[in-house]
Design a binder for this molecule. Structure first.
Ligand code: ZN
Length: 79
């Protein structure tokens, strides 16, 4: 596998979407190529950040929480 193909398929590799044989060829290329490896590390770091941000809790605004809590209290009180 050559550099342009690696660049083109890097995201498929990172997303684990390549066939085992292609993934192995790409990994082999990354091991020996000082040009592609930094791209791989950068893209992988970006992917890790995206995954982390998706897993992080996304707190609701305080006002919304208050409204929901008040409505739940009303429902509990049978109003
Ligand atoms: Zn390369």
């Amino acid at each position: 596998m050559e550099c342009p193909e690696v660049a083109e398929r890097l995201w498929e590799y990172l997303d684990d979407e390549l066939a085992a044989k292609e993934a192995a060829a790409l990994a082999f290329h990354l091991e020996g190529c000082g040009h592609c490896r930094p791209h791989y590390r950068c893209d992988r770091a970006f992917l890790v950040l995206v995954v982390r941000s998706l897993r992080a809790p996304c707190p609701a605004p305080a006002r919304l929480r208050m409204v929901v809590r008040a409505r739940l209290d009303e429902l509990r009180a049978g109003r």
